[in-house]
Design a protein around this ligand. Structure first.
Ligand code: BTN
Length: 331
């Protein structure tokens, strides 16, 4: 028992445990073991805490999570605040899923309509770019996939990726005072640490997109110690970088709205100017000396610009200009 805890009653100790684990679920089993009380007793205390006005979310198999009064995060609350025309009109909200991208891909194959959104509280096999894993702990982040079906050639997929990172940045700039940036093609950084990643996957005919699955992973409540050794120097979360109250529901609603505005502008007007202006404004790539990583190949270059189709224009040390369509860069 830590100093001071002896003065707390059981209910307050449960509240303290929940508060210490903000952004994460703790199981009823863990609470009952730690406090030496039955699971039923835990449940009764949770009900009492709720009566007192604490917002405690309970989810089967995950346990309990204390949420800010503004961070009630469920399908009904999202739908009640959503003000979009197409994105999220069909919205599926899962407690646990392997990957929202996998789920939405299945739905797309079965004919799901444009704008269908899949969100999960946690993913067991969250995927990142280049076959990497995406840390997807329960309650820590936003794990969301959006189905788009633009009448465009498959080459447009890279533009859609830039469009998505621009939309997320437009929302995050309201929360983050400084250091927000996009690293080509679509890593969103705060002070050089990654806060959001976007995984765009596509099925297509030779000259036409069938479906684009836009997967967005945003670290929201993660504390520094939540990132394992692999990520602790390179990842960050929104709560570590803002003074503003955070609501995942509000973030989802705002991201879908920004995404829809930029997307409809792009497909209806056929111009990428609007989202490219935003992308360039947040770019931490343009003008920098970079290393281009393509499989085993690594080479130095200076990033000059990003073209409207998403390719990166670079100049190699011997003065030659070329474009990079895919790969990764380090800055
Ligand atoms: C990256 O590597 O930068 C992309 C990360 C994308 C993660 C998101 S979380 C929601 C969606 N489902 C997944 O399995 N991956 C994406």
């Amino acid at each position: 028992m830590k100093g001071g805890e002896r003065d707390l009653n059981t209910k307050d100790r449960i509240l303290k445990m929940l508060a210490e684990n903000k952004g994460r679920f703790i199981s009823g089993e863990q609470i009952s073991e730690e406090l030496g009380i039955s699971r039923t007793a835990v449940w009764k205390h949770i009900l009492k805490l709720r009566e007192e006005g604490h917002r405690i979310q309970s989810v089967n198999r995950l346990g309990y999570q204390l949420v800010n009064s503004g961070d009630v995060y469920d399908r009904g609350t999202i739908l009640s605040r959503l003000n979009t025309k197409i994105l999220g009109k069909n919205l599926y909200f899962y407690e646990t899923i392997d990957s929202t991208n996998n789920e939405l891909k299945k739905m797309a194959a079965e004919g799901a309509c444009e704008g269908t959104v899949v969100i999960a509280l946690c993913q067991t096999e969250g995927r990142g770019r280049r076959g990497r894993r995406w840390q997807s702990d329960a309650g820590s982040g936003i794990y969301m996939s959006v189905l788009l079906k633009p009448d465009l050639p498959p080459t447009a997929v890279q533009s859609i990726t830039l469009l998505a990172s621009s939309a997320v940045c437009k929302v995050l700039e309201k929360y983050v005072k400084s250091g927000l940036g996009i690293k080509w093609p679509n890593d969103i950084l705060i002070n050089n640490k990654k806060v959001c990643g976007i995984l765009t996957e596509m099925t297509s005919e030779p000259d036409k997109v069938q479906a684009i699955i836009l997967g967005i992973g945003l670290n929201v409540w993660n504390r520094e110690e939540d990132f394992g050794d692999e990520l602790k120097h390179t990842a960050t979360s929104l709560c570590l970088n803002t003074d503003r109250e955070i609501s995942r529901t509000q973030l989802v609603v705002e991201i879908l709205k920004e995404l829809e505005d930029l997307y409809l502008n792009f497909v209806e007007k056929g111009s990428s100017a609007k989202f490219m202006d935003i992308w360039r404004c947040f770019s931490v790539t343009i003008g920098r000396d970079i290393i281009v990583i393509q499989g085993e190949n690594r080479w130095q270059a200076k990033a000059l610009d990003v073209l409207d189709d998403g390719r990166l224009l670079v100049e190699t040390p011997d003065g030659k200009r070329q474009t990079v369509l895919s790969g990764e860069i380090s800055i």
